[in-house]
Write a protein that binds this ligand. Structure first.
Ligand SMILES: [Zn+2]
Length: 392
């Protein structure tokens, strides 16, 4: 079978092999130096990993490419939301340009699929969504983008938000969002009723930002799990951050983890700096689907971040004490297959799998997570899209 591209003499976790790519997929895995194709790339033992998947990013918020903007902290979430709106009004450059820079940067670092949240409220309306829908089409050859309609200004507490959010889904957003039903809306069942209602009516998944702490946040997690089961949405609901999982006593943690596992509700961590990190190993052992994303990159919320998901895996692994080889493999899974599953995507190195690949100089997955080496080659749908950290 003629291959479009052969990655010759690469390494698959200890074994040398040739990968024959055709039609955007891995058509053949064979012993080294045996396959032929229209193009043959000698890989000199580079390790092949599945394309990295960023499960949570905010393309519309980044200031990437603008002159450095000093971070201005605010004690409250509401204060930060207002500060962000003021900063956004002061920037003349169209958001789509900055979002595109960020996409190009993350692709150069090996991300081949991502889930972005996009602000939807009465000030920005659906403008951000339409800009990202256009960008998604422009960069389809580089990266697959899934879009979450994100109520940054609240749902119940922000008149007009509910209608706009439903309109956003009809306009092409893939997933319904949510934000701190207690902390922002002070109406847990009110917000959950609206966002689950839209998700059910429109037949989409749900991904809720939840920063609410302690017992309150854990209670909200169990309410989300209960509503997920009632709606028959097992496997289609995620909660991002879920800081409460790091704050509650053992009995509450056990009860909440069991509820999440039973309802197939996934939880996302970015290895947060000043916040406690969820007990990743414990949650995975309890059967909870944990995945990883960058979250904010150089924006009103954080001056940090670069969208490098191997570096993110290292950060999460460092904070969550992923130390043995098996645990480091879990770290790699969090930024590949686990995030892909939440997005409803395939991931892996196998015949028939999508040819979304990243090649690094490392012996195996654990070493790649521990060291986060530079990306030598990035392949999207069977085509080389970046080499030595730059788009081609
Ligand atoms: Zn976020």
């Amino acid at each position: 079978m003629p291959h479009d591209l052969v990655l010759a003499g690469c390494a698959l976790d200890g074994e040398k092999a040739d990968l024959g790519l055709a039609g955007g997929r891995i058509a053949r895995i064979a012993p080294p130096e045996t396959l032929t194709g229209a193009e043959v790339l000698r890989c000199d033992g580079l390790l092949v990993l599945p394309g990295l998947v960023d499960g949570h990013i905010h393309l519309d918020k980044t200031y990437l490419g603008l002159p450095w903007r000093p971070h201005r902290p605010d004690a409250t979430v509401a204060g930060r939301i207002e500060a962000e709106k003021a900063e956004r009004r002061a920037i003349a450059e169209p958001m789509a340009l900055r979002a595109r820079r960020l996409v190009e940067q993350v692709v150069a670092r090996g991300t081949t699929a991502l889930r972005t949240h996009v602000d939807v409220d009465t000030e920005v309306g659906l403008a951000g969504l339409h800009a990202l829908l256009a960008l998604r089409a422009e960069v389809a050859h580089l990266c697959d983008i899934q879009i979450v309609a994100f109520p940054q200004s609240g749902v119940v507490s922000h008149p007009g938000a509910a209608g706009l959010l439903e309109e956003a889904i009809r306009a092409g957003a893939d997933v319904m969002g949510g934000l701190d039903p207690a902390g922002i809306d002070e109406d847990i069942e009110g917000q959950l009723g609206i966002v689950f209602g839209i998700a059910e009516r429109q037949g989409v998944g749900l991904d809720i930002h939840l920063h609410d702490p302690g017992e309150l946040g854990a209670y909200e997690l169990r309410r989300i799990a209960a509503r997920t089961r009632a709606a028959g949405m097992q496997g289609r609901v995620a909660v991002s951050h879920a800081y409460a999982l790091a704050m509650v006593e053992e009995a509450t943690l056990a009860r909440t983890a069991a509820a999440l596992a039973e309802a197939g509700v996934a939880v996302m961590t970015n290895g947060p700096g000043p916040e406690p990190i969820m007990p990743v190993k414990r949650l995975v052992a309890e059967g909870v689907a944990v995945f990883v994303g960058s979250d904010n990159i150089r924006d009103a919320w954080s001056p940090y971040g670069n969208g490098d998901m191997l570096e993110r895996a290292r950060l999460v692994g460092y904070r969550a004490a992923l130390l043995t080889d098996a645990e480091l493999r879990l770290g790699l899974d969090l930024v590949t297959a686990a995030s892909a599953r939440v997005m409803g995507r395939e991931s892996g190195i196998a015949e028939g799998a999508p040819a979304d690949l990243v090649l690094v100089r490392a012996a195996h997955g654990p070493e790649a997570v521990a060291g986060a080496p530079p990306r030598e080659l990035v392949v999207k749908a069977g085509r080389v899209v970046a080499r030595a950290g730059r788009l081609v």
